[in-house]
Design a protein around this ligand. Structure first.
Ligand code: BTN
Length: 243
């Protein structure tokens, strides 16, 4: 489903779920007026400057977990961007998609409980044609776009078609061969592993080494106090010396 403008594609996807729509589906909008980021932040989504879209999947099948849908969508985004632009993409746990250490795409997953089972909404915002001067001062040194990185604007329609094609392909691989091929690919691209990081967990701030990511998407952290932590969600910061 396509829209010129919408508050948020995640909000639209949530509404569509009440109308007996078939799953899975994808909604995309040229612009979002209330784009939502993680941790209640807003997401800058100017008209025709990015791919602002949400996918909805039933969480069905043996051993399927919410984190798996994040692997799926982030791999589809990275593959489409790399094919189209030649850029090298990597991941920052849990679900930031980076280029040269700067965020080019963010992912917001939400779980919805229905009588018929759980549904996961995976919303992704990929910065395509945003210019550096359009970015707010507080994110200028942290965010980027395909245009900023390459000086070129890819055809957004073709980029999106490639992305959805890859999403379908990876979904089929997952159905046929299980999670392992996707998980291995995701780990290969995860730049967080081995880094010294800090993460807020409630009122506590944990610092340590990001040791590994489990197949459910959670992060194993060895704290600088020697304790082992399994972290399911949060926003990590890389400790500068280590970058
Ligand atoms: C993040 O904070 O990193 C997540 C950003 C997610 C933005 C996308 S854009 C499409 C979808 N609709 C929203 O309102 N948010 C997500």
């Amino acid at each position: 489903m396509y829209r010129e403008t919408i508050t948020s594609t995640n909000i639209l996807a949530r509404k569509l779920l009440t109308s007996n729509i078939d799953l899975p589906f994808v909604v995309i909008s040229e612009e979002q007026t209330q784009g939502k980021g993680r941790l209640k932040r807003s997401w800058f989504s100017p008209s025709k400057k990015g791919l602002w879209f949400s996918t909805a999947f039933p969480i069905s099948g043996k051993n399927k977990k919410i984190g798996h849908y994040n692997f799926l969508v982030s791999l589809a985004v990275s593959s489409a961007v790399e094919t189209f632009s030649g850029l090298k993409i990597d991941f920052k746990w849990p679900n930031d998609i980076l280029c040269g250490g700067k965020k080019i795409c963010g992912i917001l997953s939400e779980v919805i409980s229905e009588d018929s089972g759980n549904i996961v909404l995976v919303g992704a915002g990929l910065n395509v044609d945003i210019e550096l001067k359009e970015l707010a001062d507080d994110i200028k040194d942290k965010a980027t776009s395909i245009l900023i990185e390459t000086g070129k604007s890819p055809d957004r329609d073709e980029l999106f078609i490639e992305l959805v094609r890859t999403l379908n392909l990876l979904y089929d691989i997952w159905e046929k061969n299980g999670l392992t091929p996707l998980y291995k690919e995701w780990i290969k691209k995860c730049a967080t592993l081995g880094k010294t990081v800090s993460i807020a967990q409630g009122k506590q701030k944990i610092t340590g080494t990001a040791e590994s990511v489990n197949s459910d998407g959670s992060l194993n952290l060895i704290g600088s106090n020697g304790k082992k932590y399994k972290i399911y969600a949060g926003d990590i910061e890389y400790i500068i010396n280590d970058q």
